[in-house]
Design a protein around this ligand. Sequence first.
Ligand SMILES: [Fe+2]
Ligand SMILES: [Fe+2]
Length: 285
Amino acid sequence: MRPSKIQILKKLDAIENLPSLPSIVFEVNRMLKDSDVSVEEISQTIKKDQSMVPRILKLVNSAFFGLKSKISSLDRAIIILGYNTVRNALVAVSVIDAFNNKKALQGFDIKDFWIHSISVAVTGKYLAARIGSSDPEDVFTGGLLHDIGRIVLYQFFPDLFKQVWNALKEQNISFFEAEQKEINITHARIGAHLAKKWQLPDNLVDIISHHHKVEKSQFDKDMVMIIHMADLFVHGFMTDPNPDFDASLSTADAQWVIENKISPVSEWLPEIKDDIQEACQIFIQ
Ligand SMILES: [Fe+2]
Ligand SMILES: [Fe+2]
C-alpha cells in the first residue's frame, strides 16, 4: 500500500541525517524578527562562522549586485544592502552547502538541479523588479529554494522518487503531475516541511509550498505568482532557445501579468541569460 502523507512526513521527521543549516542562520532569522537589532549584533553572529564572511562578500560584490564600489566588510554590506539582503545571501550560501553532498546524491544531477533553481531565482528577481510588487531579493532566495523538496524526495524516499520518475517518462507529464498521480505527497509539501524545520521566514515557506498552486498561497500571493511564472518560463527556455511564454500553461492571473507586464520576452531575455550565467558561476563551484 502507498504510504500516506502523514506517514511520509513522520518518516521525514525521524531522519537523523536530514540536511541542516548552520546555527547562525537560525540565530540571524530569530534576531531579525526583533526590530531593535543592530548591525553589529548581526555582523558578530555571522562572523561566528568565519568561512561564511568571504562567501557573502564575494556574492554581494559580484556584477550581479551591480554595486559601483567594492564592499570589503560585512558591516558595510549590512549598512549598504540592508539586513534582508545579507540574510538572503546567508541563506542562499548555506542551502547550497547543505545539499552539496555528491556522495549521498549519486544518480541525481545536483548541478542541473542548481542550474534550474538559480535560473528561476534570477528570472524571478528580474520579474519582481519589473512588476514592482515584491522584494526582488526575497524572490531570488525563494527561487533558489522552490524545488528543494525534490532533492529530499530523491535522497530519503528513493522508491517514491523512482515511481514518480517512471510515470513522468511513461506518461509524458510533469514531475508535479506525476507526484499527484503516483504518490501521496509532492516535493512542494516536503520542501515546505523542511523549510519550517529550518525556521525560514513565512514568505519563503509559502513560495516552496505553493509554487505549483498559486491560488492556495496564504502569505504573499504576488511573490508566489512570480516564482510560478519564472518556473514556467525557465522550463520553456531551457528546452527552446527562442521561446515565447506559453501563457496557456499558466493560471488566468499569471496570463494577465504576462500579457500586460512582461511581454515581449525577447526584450529582456538576453539580459537575464547573462545574469543566470554569472549567478551559476558564483553559486556552483
Ligand atoms: Fe516545483
Ligand atoms: Fe522548478
